[in-house]
Design a protein around this ligand. Sequence first.
Ligand code: PLP
Length: 240
Amino acid sequence: MDGTPRDNDISKIVEADRAHIWHHLIQHKPFETNEPRIIVEGKDMRVWDQNGKEHIDGVSGGVWTVNVGYGRERIANAVRDQLLKLNYFAGAAGSVPGSIFAEKLIEKMPGLSRVYYCNSGSEANEKAFKMIRQIAHKRYGGKKNKILYRDRDYHGTTISTLSAGGQDERNAQYGPYTPGFIRVPHCLEYRAQWGLSGEEYGQRAADAIEEIILAEGPDTVGGLCLEPVTAGGGVITPPP
Ligand SMILES: Cc1ncc(COP(=O)(O)O)c(C=O)c1O
């Protein structure tokens, strides 16, 4: 386990990447003069790049998603076994692992009873927005369709999740956005908007959300979309 690629000529891989890959969340200009980084292999919490350089992965796959670590044989074997048994069938039908896992997940989510499987955070949030809109149509004549979102929070990369995006730098130049999304203030005490601190600041931030609901009309607001702890927007633990 040293990150040595199976293909001896890693330069071909680097060139193919440079020529054909459009990377996520990174500027490409520097790749004109520098190599893009290729992560070749991982074990536990370490990864190796194309030059065999070892890195400790303190960001869990770059976007906090590989919490189980790398090279987990038991997981790889379970995935392999299932791929051979049944690799895919559309979600209109059930599956054995889908059913077992849903039950386990629900045990950890008191008050909830159902799981909807999807492929990404963006897609999950799109689904939640659709639920809000569908409930608005079924029960409130379509009126209760507005979705509040918080300054600094991030919810994904599709047009509607960008419409709920509180990070203007990421949203720039993707408009027009989906209608009906309303921004509420952030609760980052370090950049406090109201000259308050601690509990008073937290209360003010909550009141600010209520003020917006009242201004918009509570009968028009169907949901509030928040990161419980804002991650990319500053790792913001909400005030007490
Ligand atoms: C809080 C939060 N929500 C949603 C997303 C979007 O998830 P995905 O990139 O899987 O679409 C992210 C991704 O970083 C996120 O951090």
